[in-house]
Design a protein around this ligand. Structure first.
Ligand code: GDP
Length: 338
């Protein structure tokens, strides 16, 4: 099922209706709840906070997978094929997409309904394009809430898809168990806009479109990347990143990617990293929420309006460092409390 993003709900359902609907796995309720979570209206934020509290005991049991790669690398084709494979082994899959460019275009390119056409009709799959947020932090923040709501609704596998532009990857890495980077063979790292930091985040790299004339090039690229990864620092998970090849169009290598994820899950659960990582991520979430709330408070403050504008301009034109401006802002924010 593909779900459209709605900016507002005509009628806000009650907390009890939302909670029972979500726990019963009702998709319409789930979609409404995600819309509420994406809203910045105070009443919607209040009900979202209560709803998250209510469903929290039913969250956290899914396998959370982040998938990234530059536009054209084959993300949606891959997710279509991969999603079909994992639903065929009985998994219930939710796909959430983050598209930072939607802030500029006012329409999510990832949300294009022609993407993932067959998965969107699959009764075991739920696809939800993210709302365009005013800040990247905001988008990521809403995505985490959407993920928890999907878990409470019974989805045991969550994919968070993001365009590999380097902006949202860290945010996604902070909310998933496993991070998958899709790469093209022979395109060159620079051309792909893939930074070393993103490669370092990846638990598995997959060279896409390994079919036809491209097959040999893909194998060569896989060998090159595997070699390059050896030069990176060993990740704290203790897991050595794998490099695989696949063809989503021909359905080749998709099951191997899934096996690699399961292998990672077993490995990191056995040595404790899985649980440690989740705990750390929860802590990160606390500070993300706090930062968001603080920013909202500052933005809402009439008293600080002028000062914020002046500081923003100074930071924009480079006459003041962001750090100094943030310190000034904090000082002004606290002033009446002192
Ligand atoms: P996205 O922008 O990363 O979501 O990429 P898409 O999934 O839209 O794919 C971009 C283009 O690559 C499309 O024309 C796809 O048909 C093509 N493509 C995707 N996967 C494969 C594949 O496995 N093999 C081949 N040959 N082409 C593919």
């Amino acid at each position: 099922m593909i779900e459209k993003h709605h900016n507002t709900l005509k009628k806000r359902p009650s907390l009890a209706v939302l909670t029972s609907g979500i726990l019963a796995g009702d998709r319409i309720t789930l979609s409404k709840a995600i819309t509420l979570a994406e809203s910045t209206l105070a009443e919607d934020e209040a009900i979202t906070a209560d709803l998250l509290d209510a469903v929290l005991p039913h969250t956290g049991k899914s396998l959370r997978i982040g998938i990234t790669g530059v536009p054209g690398v084959g993300k949606s084709t891959f997710i279509e094929s991969f999603g079909t494979h994992i639903t065929s082994v009985g998994k219930k899959l939710a796909v959430l997409t983050i598209d930072p460019s939607s802030q500029l275009t006012h329409g999510s390119i990832l949300g294009d309904k022609t993407r993932m056409d067959s998965l969107s009709k699959n009764p075991l799959a739920y696809i939800r394009p993210s709302a365009s947020g005013s800040t990247l932090g905001g988008v990521a923040h809403k995505t985490r809430e959407a993920m928890l709501l999907c878990e409470a609704a019974g989805f045991d596998t969550i994919i968070i898809e993001t365009v590999g532009t380097g902006q949202s990857e860290t945010a996604v890495k902070n909310m998933v168990d496993f991070f998958l980077l899709l790469m093209l063979a022979g395109a060159g790292d620079e051309l792909q806009g893939i930074k070393k930091g993103i490669m370092e985040m990846a638990d598995t790299l997959v060279i896409t479109k390994a079919d036809g004339d491209n097959k040999k090039k893909a194998s060569q690229a896989a060998a090159d990347y595997q070699h390059a990864l050896h030069l990176f620092q060993q990740p704290i998970s203790g897991w050595t990143a794998k490099v695989l090849t696949c063809s989503a169009l021909e359905n080749q290598g998709i099951d191997t990617v899934w096996d690699s994820i399961l292998h990672y899950e077993n490995f990191t659960k056995a040595q404790g990293f899985w649980e440690r990582n989740r705990r750390q991520q929860n802590k990160t979430w606390l500070y993300e929420c706090f930062n968001n709330l603080l920013q909202q408070e500052v933005k809402k403050s009439q008293r600080l309006n002028n000062e914020v504008n002046v500081l923003e301009k100074k930071v924009e034109d480079g006459s003041m460092s962001a750090y100094q401006a943030a310190k000034d802002l904090l000082y002004m924010f606290r002033r009446p409390l002192l």
